[in-house]
Design a protein around this ligand. Structure first.
Ligand SMILES: Nc1ncnc2c1ncn2[C@@H]1O[C@H](COP(=O)(O)OP(=O)(O)OP(=O)(O)O)[C@@H](O)[C@H]1O
Ligand SMILES: [Mg+2]
Length: 369
């Protein structure tokens, strides 16, 4: 699908296969095209190019002039601001989609009660929304979506109005609900932690383009490019500029302060056009040592942040700051020179020009089946 607004790219050549029953995440920074994708699926906007299929049914095809109306697609949208009606009771709010479909009264009552029980809001059915907490209101919005028994849920940042603590609770609830209902959910967020914690698979968008689509674990461990590597993970992956060099059959990346020897898997790389490269290593994959070894790199302790469960050590490596996550500060002093040891198995090397990871694995084409 492609959707261009006036001169702005909404989404460009996005191709996704969302599996039946999965909790599928659209993740990316503000303006990357998440809402645009959802609105196209819902039929609330028309793409400029492309097709959308629900199972065997083509619901949008620009070429074939097919465009099924949103009300016929039977998908339920849940937005960030819930859009529940303040003048109606919780019961009325949940019943609303059934009432406009002229369902019989007893059926409405039965279905509303069942959903309310499921979401543990039965005791609030007579209240007005303003008499509820944010989290409870949010469950009312979910209940109203669920009661329709739609083919799929399209959720656009549904938890973003909740405070941090409630959010963690709400996302676990959502995951549980999804497991119980088994209905496909397409879930939009710009919060990478939320995406990693609840998603079956994640599509990462950037500037309207699909950067990577895979299960959370692969996105984290095998980012396809510098954007994905930097977007997922907190604190983010450390990136060091360097030059690829081959000497005596061994591959190195020259980091200026150090000729860093790359592990064997870098030996048979497809030739990259350039030797300008970026070495990426996550903060939890670096250890700090007093002793220097073959491949260790010297750095100076700059800042120590105590985060409770762990420590973030900021170190200076020339002008560059490297962050390391450790459990203890034994022997660490500000200004002291130490040796950094990178976990070889966890090193990434990116082409500086194309920003592609030089070693890729399960491509999204494979995991997109
Ligand atoms: N109606 C519109 N007219 C013009 N440009 C639009 C319109 N809607 C969206 N855009 C542009 O299209 C791009 C994608 O917008 P979209 O709303 O899909 O982003 P998003 O990923 O949902 O962002 P956010 O996280 O901020 O909600 C943005 O650059 C946005 O400014
Ligand atoms: Mg949006």
């Amino acid at each position: 699908m492609t959707k261009i607004y006036d001169n702005t790219i909404g989404i460009k050549d996005i191709n996704l296969k969302i599996n039946d029953g999965e909790l599928f995440i659209l993740l990316g920074p503000s303006g990357c095209g998440k809402t645009t994708t959802l609105l196209c699926i819902a039929g609330l906007i028309k793409p400029d190019e492309g097709e959308i299929w629900f199972g065997n049914e083509m619901v949008t095809s620009i070429e074939d002039h097919i465009f099924e109306r949103p009300q016929d697609r039977n998908v339920a949208m849940v937005f960030q601001d819930y859009a529940i009606y303040p003048h109606m009771t919780v019961f009325k709010n949940i019943a609303f989609p059934l009432e406009i479909r002229r369902k019989p009264k007893h059926e409405i009552e039965e279905r509303v009660k069942k959903v309310a029980e499921n979401l543990e809001i039965s005791q609030f059915l007579d209240r007005k929304p303003k008499q509820l907490s944010g989290g409870q209101r949010q469950r009312v919005a979910l209940a109203r979506a669920i009661v329709r028994e739609p083919n799929a849920f399209l959720m656009d940042e549904p938890l973003s109005n909740l405070d941090a603590k409630l959010r963690v609770y709400a996302r676990a609830e959502l995951k549980r609900l999804h497991q119980r209902l088994g209905t496909t959910i397409v879930y939009v967020t710009h919060d990478q932690l939320e995406a990693m914690s609840i998603g079956d698979r994640i599509a990462i968008l950037n500037n309207g383009i699909l950067e990577q689509l895979d299960i959370p674990e692969n996105i984290y461990n095998f980012p396809r490019n510098i954007f994905v590597a930097g977007f997922i993970g907190s604190p983010p992956m450390n990136m060091l500029d360097g030059t690829l060099i081959e000497k005596n059959g061994k591959k190195y990346i020259d980091l200026g302060i150090k000729m860093y020897e790359l592990p064997n898997r870098f030996n048979n790389l497809k030739k990259s056009k350039t030797t300008n490269a970026v070495l990426g290593i996550r903060p939890e994959n670096i250890s700090i040592s007093k002793e220097s070894i073959d491949n260790s790199i010297k750095a100076k302790v700059d800042i120590i942040e105590a985060m409770g469960r762990e420590l973030y050590i900021h170190l200076k490596l020339n002008e560059k700051t490297i962050i390391v996550i450790t459990k203890s500060v034994e022997d660490l002093e500000l200004g002291k020179e130490v040796n950094l040891i990178f976990d070889d198995k966890r090193i990434h090397v990116f082409d500086k020009q194309t920003e592609e990871n030089l070693i890729t694995r399960p491509r999204e084409e494979e995991s997109n089946d």
